[in-house]
Design a binder for this molecule. Sequence first.
Ligand SMILES: [Zn+2]
Length: 113
Amino acid sequence: MQCAKFEQRLHQLLDDRENIEQDEMLSGHAKKCEECRVVLQTQSRILAGLRSLPSPKREQDLGHRVLDQLRVDQRKRKNRRFAVLALAMAASLLIACCLSPETMFASDKTARD
Ligand SMILES: [Zn+2]
């Protein structure tokens, strides 16, 4: 086995979550090649470290909490849409109120003249 094949097999086994320490092809090459042996040992140490970590707790009500959060987000989004609509209406009213009757009649006069 060549180093490139070793590396390819190592990655494949890691991707497949297979045990790299018990693979005869990898260990056979690692016995002859120091560079690949270091790679295999390093990967093994990393995996051992990962295995020693405590597994995260499974939360029983995670699904309900996610759904509740989504409902809250939907409500917020609806409220935001209402606020934008209310703001647009307020701006329209403000513009309508700012237009003085003279301006409106003046334009009527010029239209008549
Ligand atoms: Zn090698």
